[in-house]
Design a binder for this molecule. Structure first.
Ligand code: 5GP
Ligand code: ZN
Length: 110
């Protein structure tokens, strides 16, 4: 499958890995929007949050907590976002959650 995130997970193209477990892989965004900008990606290919099962969602939640702590933003705060579909401005069709922090983020969401 011609999916850039599947290729990063498989190690076929480089990714700056920050976390991995059985179900989830996480790496730094190539075009960071904040000092901390990590993409949390299920290892299983699924297009968006509508295709996400509860087991995967639980693994993503575990990853969010671990990465926030490791990146030092648990106390200062951070934001988790997933874009879905055209109006959500999703550009990579493999489900991913952006974890953003390390600075005061915009108060607007859209
Ligand atoms: P989306 O717009 O789909 O929510 O987010 C896709 C994100 O993937 C963007 O923030 C973009 O910078 C990031 N991205 C796209 N291609 C690559 C890549 O090859 N490597 C990494 N690390 N990030 C990527
Ligand atoms: Zn994929």
């Amino acid at each position: 499958m011609d999916c850039i995130f599947c290729k990063i997970i498989a190690g076929q193209i480089p990714g700056d890995k920050v976390y991995e477990d059985e179900k989830v892989f996480a790496f730094r965004d190539i075009n960071p929007q904040a000092p901390v900008h990590v993409l949390i990606v299920p290892k299983k290919h699924m297009r968006n949050i509508l295709e996400c099962d509860e087991e995967t969602a639980a693994a993503v939640l575990r990853a969010v907590k671990a990465i926030a702590a490791a990146e030092g933003v648990s106390v200062s705060g951070f934001r988790v976002v997933t874009n879905c579909g055209r109006d959500g401005a999703q550009s990579v069709e493999h489900l991913h959650f952006h974890l953003l922090g390390g600075d005061k983020l915009s108060e607007t969401m859209a």
